[in-house]
Every structure is written in C-alpha cells, then in structure tokens.
Design a protein around this ligand. Structure first.
Ligand SMILES: O=C(O)c1cc(=O)[nH]c(=O)n1[C@@H]1O[C@H](COP(=O)(O)O)[C@@H](O)[C@H]1O
Length: 276
C-alpha cells in the first residue's frame, strides 16, 4: 500500500486506528477453546467486528511464534483474513546482518515463499543500514523503524546523548538517508506525549506507528496535538484495550465498542484538523 492510499483509507473511514492482534490462548474467551484453531477463530471474529472502524491490523508475531508450527499457520491465515484495503503490520522487530535480514524480508513480504505478504514489518535500527536495506527492496512495502518506544526501558539507550542529539533523534536523522517517507515509518510510543513535537521537527511528513494507547495509558489527544500532520501521519495502535475488552461470549461486540470509542475520538480530531 502506498502512502497516498493509506491516507485515502484514513479519510474514507475517518479513522487512523490500528487494532493489535496480540492474541494468546490464556487470554481469549474460554468458549473458543472448542474450535480446532481457537486463536484464528478469535482473530477472525475480532476482524469481522472492527474492520469498518480501523485502517490497520498489527499481529505481534511473538504471540504466534510461541505456538510453533501451529502459530505460524495462525499468523498466515490471519494475514489472509485481513481485507486487502487494510494496512497490515507484521510486528516482528527484526534486523540482522544483511543476508539474514534478507531472509526475514522474504518471510514477511514474499507471498510465493511464505504465503504471507504484509504491507510492513517493524525493524530495530541498532545494526544499521545494511540490516534495514533488505526490507526496502520490496515495492510498496514499508519498514517501521523503532525510534522512541513506549516502555520504561526506552531511557536506557534511546534518550542517551550522542553528540548534539539523543539517540532516537540520530536514528530518525540517519535513517532518512536510507529511505523516504514513502517507505519508512517510525515507532513512537503514545506514552511519550510532548516528545512528538521533537519527532515532528525531524520527520514532519512521516507516518508514525503509535502503540501505547489503552493498556499502557498513552493519551490520544496529546499524541495528536503534537503528532498530526497534513496527511494525518499517525497510526494509533491499541491491542489489549480492544481485543480483551471482554473475555465472555460478547468479546467481539465489546471489542467493537472499544474500537468505536477510539474511532469516534479520531474522527473528531480529523474533522477539527480539516483532514476529512
Ligand atoms: O512496535 C510496537 O508495536 C511497539 C513498540 C513500542 O514502543 N511499544 C509497544 O507496546 N509496541 C507493541 O504494541 C503493542 C501494544 O499493546 P497494548 O499495550 O496491549 O495496546 C504490543 O504488541 C507491543 O509489542
């Protein structure tokens, strides 16, 4: 999906919500355990209940890899079930020496070999340009580079000063020599609030993937105040806050209610900014 197509989807749906599919057997409603593949059934019902309210789905691959062969099958089938016009994110946080990254890129982008072709994959920047460039050889596929993450440990490295910049600022500056805003996004945690202003000084036009709304307590209004740009430029993710709104038989309806609350807030923000 191109940047323009993503913006068109945001305008059409009046939403920039990403639903995180961090689905695990101990958290999904127990009545689903009678299905042959309970997590796939859960994901399908969540997708059916939310697909008109969101513009992206983000399965975090850890929640699939831990179930071995069956987990990979679930990830593949989940990708297949995501409608084509919805941006798909393989949240795998990869990155390794070039030839290894090339194989990771095949895993998530080459449908012929892996039966999956996500629109994007999350990548760690730590190993530098040759660890990221293999992901950039696929047309209309995106690298979502970790910049300023939502967790407490972000301060250990990302806020360290390196010359005149903090490390996350260096990541944003240097990575712009690897790819344009048509192929690269940055992860900036919703819990980082005003730091969105600093990010926008360096990357005014990029899309930002923003996890941390919902269970981690990030503030949507604050993120938008500093982070919104002329093409919206934000994909706001909530995983547990939506998918585990209920662990009963009504889980899909309750997930829809939570997604709708966020979508309505986003719609107001888009209207106010004159973007729809
Ligand atoms: O790359 C990510 O998606 C990510 C980066 C980050 O800084 N913080 C963060 O929480 N995430 C992911 O976003 C999701 C957040 O889930 P919830 O806290 O349940 O909404 C998880 O899949 C995390 O792995």
């Amino acid at each position: 999906m191109t940047k323009q197509q993503l913006f068109e989807q945001i305008q059409k749906k009046r939403s920039f919500l990403c639903v995180g599919l961090d689905s695990s057997l101990d958290k999904i409603p127990q009545h689903l355990l009678r299905y042959e593949n309970p997590i796939l059934e859960f994901n399908k019902q969540i997708i059916d209940a939310t697909k008109d309210l969101c513009v992206a789905y983000k399965p975090n691959t850890a929640f699939y890899e831990c179930y071995g062969k069956k987990g990979w099958e679930t990830l593949t089938e989940t990708w297949k079930y995501i409608p084509n016009d919805i941006f798909s994110i393989a949240d795998a946080k990869r990155g390794d020496i070039g030839n290894t990254s090339a194989m990771y890129a095949e895993t998530f982008f080459n449908e012929v070999s892996s039966e999956m072709s996500f629109d994007s994959v999350t990548v760690a920047p730590y190993m530098g340009s040759d660890s990221v460039s293999p992901f950039l050889t696929f047309k209309d596929k995106w690298v979502i580079l970790l910049a300023l993450t939502s967790n407490a440990g972000h301060a250990d490295f990302q806020l360290q000063e390196v010359g005149e910049d903090r490390l996350f600022e260096k990541v944003i500056k240097i990575s712009q020599t690897w790819a344009t805003d048509e192929q690269m996004m940055y992860v900036v945690g919703a819990t980082r609030g005003a730091a969105f202003g600093d990010v926008r000084k360096l990357a005014p036009d990029h899309f930002l993937l923003v996890p941390g709304v919902g269970a981690q307590g990030g503030d949507l209004g604050e993120v938008c105040k500093y982070g919104l740009n002329s093409q919206c430029g934000l994909l706001i993710n909530s995983s547990r806050g939506i998918i585990y709104a209920s662990q009963g038989e009504d889980f899909a309806e309750r997930a829809r209610e939570e997604a709708l609350k966020l979508k309505e807030e986003m719609e107001q923000i888009l209207v106010k900014a004159g973007l729809v």
